[in-house]
Design a protein. Structure first.
Length: 136
């Protein structure tokens, strides 16, 4: 497989995070769009490519090894110093609809392992998201 563009790999990861529980909520879609349009890691991204990237990700997720492939693509395409950013993107998407499901939590566990994130770093990223998404 040809090496994937880093931004494409991160988008696949966000989609996979949203779809981990079997459905993508409107809140997750909105969060995905906000992240894509506001974060520096996506500077210069051509949004006209988004529909094709979404289709490609859907094709991957339909495969039995799709999630593993998406994680491998992130590891191959994204520089090591952005693994924390990749994890933070996944956490943001999962946290956006307030309650994380077991499949979403399992995905985050897989990402922590794949990116070799220590507990302190992962915990800080997760806590930061929980604080941002609290309600009265």
């Amino acid at each position: 497989m040809d090496e994937m563009e880093p931004q494409d790999a991160l988008i696949h990861l966000m989609i996979a995070s949203a779809a981990a529980d079997g459905q993508i909520s409107g809140v997750e879609q909105r969060e995905f769009t906000v992240l894509l349009r506001t974060l520096p890691v996506f500077d210069g991204f051509d949004e006209s490519r988004l529909q094709q990237i979404v289709r490609d990700c859907g094709d991957l997720l339909d495969r039995e090894d799709g999630l593993d492939t998406i994680i491998q693509n992130v590891r191959r395409s994204v520089p090591d110093n952005l693994y924390e950013t990749a994890y933070a993107l996944a956490v943001e998407v999962v946290s956006s609809d307030i309650h994380a499901s077991q499949p979403e939590l399992r995905l985050l566990e897989m990402l922590r392992d794949a990116f070799n994130l220590d507990r302190l770093t992962a915990g800080a990223i997760e806590h930061s998201a929980r604080v941002r998404y609290r309600r009265f």
